[in-house]
Design a protein around this ligand. Structure first.
Ligand SMILES: [Zn+2]
Ligand SMILES: [Zn+2]
Length: 127
């Protein structure tokens, strides 16, 4: 039952990505990659912010997993990696719509909008 494996893996990975994102935000974005990420905590002057590049880092990995799931040799690994790729993609879309789109007002709809906090490199900073 491939579809059950895909759906289960997709949902588990989509949830796990939230914890991964929290780890990256505290340990890496507010650490070594602060120079890129700080744009997310400053008022935006254009539709693009440097931090968007960090959001796109996972896309090639997700695409590779999905392609492997479509073209790789048959087996459980292929089915699992397909679900992993879908889960990463689901998280990415949800993050874009909810966090960037609604919370940070980057979509032309009303949402729980807030201004990005201006913070330093504190690990307890709000994303
Ligand atoms: Zn941050
Ligand atoms: Zn944010």
């Amino acid at each position: 039952m491939k579809i059950a494996l895909w759906i289960g893996t997709t949902l588990v990975v989509a949830v796990a990505m939230e914890f991964w994102a929290q780890f990256l935000h505290g340990a890496v974005w507010h650490g070594i990659l602060w120079k890129v990420h700080r744009s997310h905590h400053r008022p935006r002057k254009t539709w693009w912010e440097a931090n968007d590049a960090l959001s796109a880092l996972h896309a090639p990995v997700a695409i590779a997993f999905i392609l492997y799931g479509c073209r790789g040799p048959e087996g459980v690994a292929r089915e699992l990696l397909f679900g992993v790729g879908l889960g990463m993609t689901l998280f990415g879309v949800a993050y874009f719509v909810v966090h960037d789109g609604l919370v940070h007002g980057r979509l032309p709809v009303q949402g729980p909008r807030r201004t990005p906090p201006t913070v330093g490199q504190s690990k307890s900073a709000v994303a």
